[in-house]
Design a protein around this ligand. Structure first.
Ligand code: SAH
Length: 263
Protein backbone atom coordinates (compact mmCIF):
# COMPACT_ATOMS: atom_id res chain seq x y z
CA UNK A 1 0.00 0.00 0.00
CA UNK A 2 1.48 3.34 -0.96
CA UNK A 3 -0.15 6.71 -0.62
CA UNK A 4 2.69 8.82 -1.89
CA UNK A 5 0.20 11.41 -3.14
CA UNK A 6 -0.98 12.24 0.37
CA UNK A 7 1.43 14.11 2.60
CA UNK A 8 0.33 13.61 6.23
CA UNK A 9 -0.97 16.88 7.65
CA UNK A 10 0.22 18.00 11.04
CA UNK A 11 -2.70 20.35 11.60
CA UNK A 12 -5.11 17.43 11.29
CA UNK A 13 -3.03 15.35 13.71
CA UNK A 14 -2.38 12.77 11.01
CA UNK A 15 -0.35 9.79 12.21
CA UNK A 16 -1.45 6.82 10.16
CA UNK A 17 -1.24 3.36 11.68
CA UNK A 18 1.10 1.15 9.69
CA UNK A 19 1.83 -1.78 12.03
CA UNK A 20 -0.46 -4.64 10.99
CA UNK A 21 -0.04 -6.50 14.30
CA UNK A 22 -1.18 -3.43 16.25
CA UNK A 23 -4.12 -2.92 13.87
CA UNK A 24 -5.20 -6.53 14.44
CA UNK A 25 -4.81 -6.12 18.19
CA UNK A 26 -7.08 -3.05 18.18
CA UNK A 27 -9.71 -4.89 16.14
CA UNK A 28 -9.52 -7.91 18.45
CA UNK A 29 -9.98 -5.61 21.48
CA UNK A 30 -13.00 -3.99 19.83
CA UNK A 31 -14.41 -7.39 18.82
CA UNK A 32 -16.95 -5.98 16.33
CA UNK A 33 -20.08 -7.99 15.46
CA UNK A 34 -21.73 -7.74 12.02
CA UNK A 35 -24.91 -5.95 13.11
CA UNK A 36 -23.47 -3.47 15.56
CA UNK A 37 -23.72 0.26 14.91
CA UNK A 38 -20.09 1.28 14.66
CA UNK A 39 -18.78 4.79 14.02
CA UNK A 40 -15.14 5.59 13.34
CA UNK A 41 -13.68 9.03 13.99
CA UNK A 42 -10.83 10.04 11.65
CA UNK A 43 -10.59 7.05 9.28
CA UNK A 44 -7.67 8.70 7.46
CA UNK A 45 -6.45 6.31 4.79
CA UNK A 46 -8.48 3.43 6.14
CA UNK A 47 -5.88 1.60 8.26
CA UNK A 48 -8.63 0.54 10.69
CA UNK A 49 -11.62 1.12 8.40
CA UNK A 50 -10.74 -1.47 5.77
CA UNK A 51 -10.12 -4.36 8.19
CA UNK A 52 -13.20 -3.32 10.23
CA UNK A 53 -15.36 -3.76 7.14
CA UNK A 54 -14.43 -7.43 7.13
CA UNK A 55 -16.32 -7.81 10.42
CA UNK A 56 -19.18 -5.40 10.08
CA UNK A 57 -21.90 -4.88 7.46
CA UNK A 58 -22.17 -1.12 7.53
CA UNK A 59 -19.76 1.45 8.93
CA UNK A 60 -20.05 5.20 9.41
CA UNK A 61 -17.03 7.47 9.56
CA UNK A 62 -16.44 11.14 10.35
CA UNK A 63 -13.42 12.66 8.58
CA UNK A 64 -12.39 16.33 8.49
CA UNK A 65 -9.77 16.18 5.74
CA UNK A 66 -11.69 16.22 2.44
CA UNK A 67 -8.61 15.25 0.45
CA UNK A 68 -8.65 11.77 2.01
CA UNK A 69 -12.25 11.00 1.07
CA UNK A 70 -12.00 9.94 -2.62
CA UNK A 71 -9.33 7.35 -1.82
CA UNK A 72 -11.32 6.10 1.17
CA UNK A 73 -14.40 5.68 -1.06
CA UNK A 74 -12.38 3.84 -3.66
CA UNK A 75 -11.00 1.40 -1.12
CA UNK A 76 -14.30 0.59 0.59
CA UNK A 77 -16.84 0.04 -2.22
CA UNK A 78 -20.00 1.62 -0.81
CA UNK A 79 -20.16 -0.22 2.52
CA UNK A 80 -19.09 3.02 4.13
CA UNK A 81 -21.12 6.13 4.97
CA UNK A 82 -18.72 9.05 5.07
CA UNK A 83 -19.53 12.26 6.92
CA UNK A 84 -17.19 14.95 5.76
CA UNK A 85 -17.32 16.87 9.04
CA UNK A 86 -15.56 18.03 12.17
CA UNK A 87 -15.99 15.42 14.92
CA UNK A 88 -15.72 18.22 17.50
CA UNK A 89 -19.11 19.59 16.47
CA UNK A 90 -20.63 16.50 14.85
CA UNK A 91 -24.07 15.54 16.19
CA UNK A 92 -23.59 11.85 16.97
CA UNK A 93 -27.22 11.76 18.12
CA UNK A 94 -28.36 12.42 14.54
CA UNK A 95 -26.97 9.11 13.27
CA UNK A 96 -28.65 6.89 15.84
CA UNK A 97 -31.50 5.48 13.74
CA UNK A 98 -32.79 2.53 15.75
CA UNK A 99 -32.57 0.87 19.16
CA UNK A 100 -28.87 0.08 18.70
CA UNK A 101 -26.45 2.08 20.82
CA UNK A 102 -23.39 3.48 19.05
CA UNK A 103 -19.95 1.98 19.36
CA UNK A 104 -17.30 4.59 18.63
CA UNK A 105 -13.73 3.83 17.61
CA UNK A 106 -10.81 5.92 16.44
CA UNK A 107 -7.15 6.64 16.34
CA UNK A 108 -7.90 10.16 17.47
CA UNK A 109 -6.11 13.28 16.32
CA UNK A 110 -4.03 14.05 19.42
CA UNK A 111 -4.28 17.81 19.11
CA UNK A 112 -8.04 17.71 19.78
CA UNK A 113 -8.41 14.60 21.91
CA UNK A 114 -9.39 16.35 25.16
CA UNK A 115 -12.13 18.62 23.72
CA UNK A 116 -13.31 15.71 21.56
CA UNK A 117 -13.76 13.49 24.62
CA UNK A 118 -15.71 16.26 26.37
CA UNK A 119 -17.92 16.53 23.27
CA UNK A 120 -18.44 12.75 23.15
CA UNK A 121 -19.45 12.66 26.82
CA UNK A 122 -22.56 14.65 25.89
CA UNK A 123 -23.67 11.56 23.91
CA UNK A 124 -22.85 9.04 26.67
CA UNK A 125 -26.49 7.94 27.01
CA UNK A 126 -26.63 6.67 23.41
CA UNK A 127 -23.17 5.10 23.33
CA UNK A 128 -22.44 1.53 24.41
CA UNK A 129 -18.65 1.94 24.38
CA UNK A 130 -15.70 3.81 22.90
CA UNK A 131 -12.26 2.46 22.00
CA UNK A 132 -9.64 5.09 21.29
CA UNK A 133 -5.99 5.47 20.52
CA UNK A 134 -4.77 8.42 22.55
CA UNK A 135 -1.57 9.98 23.67
CA UNK A 136 -0.46 7.82 26.62
CA UNK A 137 -0.37 10.87 28.85
CA UNK A 138 -4.04 11.67 28.08
CA UNK A 139 -5.04 8.03 28.61
CA UNK A 140 -3.37 8.17 32.03
CA UNK A 141 -5.30 11.32 32.91
CA UNK A 142 -8.60 9.64 31.92
CA UNK A 143 -7.89 6.68 34.18
CA UNK A 144 -6.23 8.58 37.06
CA UNK A 145 -7.24 8.11 40.70
CA UNK A 146 -7.51 10.91 43.29
CA UNK A 147 -4.31 12.13 45.01
CA UNK A 148 -2.20 11.80 41.86
CA UNK A 149 -0.80 14.47 39.55
CA UNK A 150 -2.67 13.05 36.56
CA UNK A 151 -6.03 13.39 38.28
CA UNK A 152 -7.96 16.40 37.01
CA UNK A 153 -11.13 17.72 35.46
CA UNK A 154 -10.90 15.25 32.57
CA UNK A 155 -10.59 12.27 34.98
CA UNK A 156 -13.59 13.35 37.05
CA UNK A 157 -15.88 14.13 34.11
CA UNK A 158 -15.01 10.95 32.23
CA UNK A 159 -15.25 8.74 35.32
CA UNK A 160 -18.61 10.31 36.21
CA UNK A 161 -20.00 8.89 32.95
CA UNK A 162 -17.84 5.90 32.13
CA UNK A 163 -15.88 2.95 33.32
CA UNK A 164 -12.33 3.49 32.08
CA UNK A 165 -9.77 0.86 31.19
CA UNK A 166 -6.33 1.36 29.64
CA UNK A 167 -5.81 -1.70 27.44
CA UNK A 168 -2.28 -1.50 26.01
CA UNK A 169 0.44 0.88 24.87
CA UNK A 170 1.47 1.55 21.29
CA UNK A 171 4.98 2.76 20.40
CA UNK A 172 5.63 5.63 17.95
CA UNK A 173 7.04 3.22 15.31
CA UNK A 174 3.55 1.81 14.73
CA UNK A 175 2.62 5.02 12.86
CA UNK A 176 3.63 6.99 9.82
CA UNK A 177 4.86 9.56 10.55
CA UNK A 178 5.75 8.49 14.10
CA UNK A 179 4.39 10.85 16.76
CA UNK A 180 6.71 12.36 19.39
CA UNK A 181 4.89 10.53 22.18
CA UNK A 182 3.84 7.08 23.34
CA UNK A 183 0.23 6.13 22.72
CA UNK A 184 -2.30 3.94 24.50
CA UNK A 185 -5.52 2.19 23.65
CA UNK A 186 -8.30 3.02 26.05
CA UNK A 187 -11.79 1.58 26.49
CA UNK A 188 -14.58 3.78 27.86
CA UNK A 189 -17.91 2.18 28.77
CA UNK A 190 -20.69 4.61 29.72
CA UNK A 191 -22.59 3.42 32.82
CA UNK A 192 -26.12 2.20 32.10
CA UNK A 193 -27.11 3.71 35.43
CA UNK A 194 -24.88 6.44 36.82
CA UNK A 195 -23.28 5.28 40.11
CA UNK A 196 -23.44 8.78 41.62
CA UNK A 197 -25.84 11.00 39.70
CA UNK A 198 -25.76 14.79 40.11
CA UNK A 199 -29.14 16.43 40.70
CA UNK A 200 -27.99 19.45 38.72
CA UNK A 201 -25.43 18.37 36.13
CA UNK A 202 -24.43 21.89 35.10
CA UNK A 203 -23.73 22.82 38.69
CA UNK A 204 -21.64 19.66 39.15
CA UNK A 205 -19.69 20.51 35.97
CA UNK A 206 -19.09 24.03 37.16
CA UNK A 207 -17.89 22.91 40.60
CA UNK A 208 -15.41 20.48 39.03
CA UNK A 209 -14.21 23.11 36.58
CA UNK A 210 -13.68 25.77 39.24
CA UNK A 211 -12.04 23.40 41.71
CA UNK A 212 -9.43 22.27 39.15
CA UNK A 213 -9.13 25.73 37.60
CA UNK A 214 -7.18 26.63 40.74
CA UNK A 215 -6.01 23.20 41.77
CA UNK A 216 -3.32 24.42 44.21
CA UNK A 217 -5.90 26.31 46.27
CA UNK A 218 -8.07 24.84 49.00
CA UNK A 219 -11.65 24.10 47.99
CA UNK A 220 -12.85 26.82 50.34
CA UNK A 221 -11.04 29.34 48.13
CA UNK A 222 -11.44 27.84 44.68
CA UNK A 223 -15.18 27.28 45.25
CA UNK A 224 -15.82 30.46 47.26
CA UNK A 225 -18.43 31.71 44.78
CA UNK A 226 -20.27 28.42 44.50
CA UNK A 227 -20.19 26.74 47.91
CA UNK A 228 -21.06 28.65 51.09
CA UNK A 229 -19.73 27.94 54.60
CA UNK A 230 -23.18 26.58 55.48
CA UNK A 231 -22.85 23.90 52.86
CA UNK A 232 -19.36 22.90 53.97
CA UNK A 233 -20.73 22.44 57.47
CA UNK A 234 -23.51 20.17 56.25
CA UNK A 235 -21.32 17.77 54.33
CA UNK A 236 -18.62 15.45 55.47
CA UNK A 237 -15.88 16.89 53.24
CA UNK A 238 -13.24 19.29 54.52
CA UNK A 239 -12.96 22.61 52.68
CA UNK A 240 -9.23 22.55 53.48
CA UNK A 241 -8.71 19.83 50.90
CA UNK A 242 -7.75 20.48 47.29
CA UNK A 243 -9.54 19.38 44.14
CA UNK A 244 -7.18 16.47 43.58
CA UNK A 245 -8.11 14.92 46.94
CA UNK A 246 -11.79 14.44 46.07
CA UNK A 247 -13.42 11.40 44.47
CA UNK A 248 -16.11 11.73 41.82
CA UNK A 249 -18.59 10.86 44.57
CA UNK A 250 -17.28 13.75 46.72
CA UNK A 251 -17.76 16.27 43.89
CA UNK A 252 -21.29 14.99 43.38
CA UNK A 253 -21.99 15.26 47.13
CA UNK A 254 -20.91 18.92 47.12
CA UNK A 255 -23.00 19.69 44.03
CA UNK A 256 -26.04 17.88 45.43
CA UNK A 257 -25.82 19.72 48.74
CA UNK A 258 -25.81 23.02 46.82
CA UNK A 259 -28.66 21.86 44.56
CA UNK A 260 -30.76 20.99 47.61
CA UNK A 261 -30.40 24.54 48.95
CA UNK A 262 -31.20 26.27 45.68
CA UNK A 263 -34.19 24.09 44.74
N1 SAH B 1 -7.51 6.08 11.55
C1 SAH B 1 -6.36 6.43 10.71
C2 SAH B 1 -5.98 7.91 10.82
C3 SAH B 1 -5.61 8.41 12.17
S1 SAH B 1 -4.88 10.03 12.14
C4 SAH B 1 -5.19 5.54 11.06
O1 SAH B 1 -5.20 5.00 12.17
O2 SAH B 1 -4.29 5.41 10.26
C5 SAH B 1 -6.25 11.05 12.67
C6 SAH B 1 -7.32 11.21 11.63
O3 SAH B 1 -8.32 12.12 12.13
C7 SAH B 1 -6.86 11.82 10.29
O4 SAH B 1 -7.47 11.13 9.24
C8 SAH B 1 -7.37 13.26 10.36
O5 SAH B 1 -7.59 13.84 9.08
C9 SAH B 1 -8.66 13.08 11.13
N2 SAH B 1 -9.13 14.29 11.83
C10 SAH B 1 -8.40 15.30 12.34
N3 SAH B 1 -9.17 16.20 12.95
C11 SAH B 1 -10.45 15.74 12.82
C12 SAH B 1 -11.71 16.25 13.23
N4 SAH B 1 -11.80 17.38 13.91
N5 SAH B 1 -12.82 15.55 12.93
C13 SAH B 1 -12.73 14.37 12.23
N6 SAH B 1 -11.56 13.85 11.82
C14 SAH B 1 -10.43 14.53 12.11
Amino acid sequence: MTYSHHVPRKRFGQHFLSDQAIIQRIIAALNPKPDQHLVEIGPGQGALTVPLLKHIKQLEVVELDRDLIPELERRTHGALTIYSADALTFDFGSIKKDERQLRIVGNLPYNISTPLIFHLLTFASIVSDMLFMLQKEVAERLAAAPDTDDYGRLSVMVQYHCEVEVLFDVPPEAFYPPPQVQSSIIHLVPFKTLPCPAKDYLLFESIVKNAFGQRRKTLRNSLRHLVSDDIWQQINISSNLRAENLSVQDFVSIANACARISS
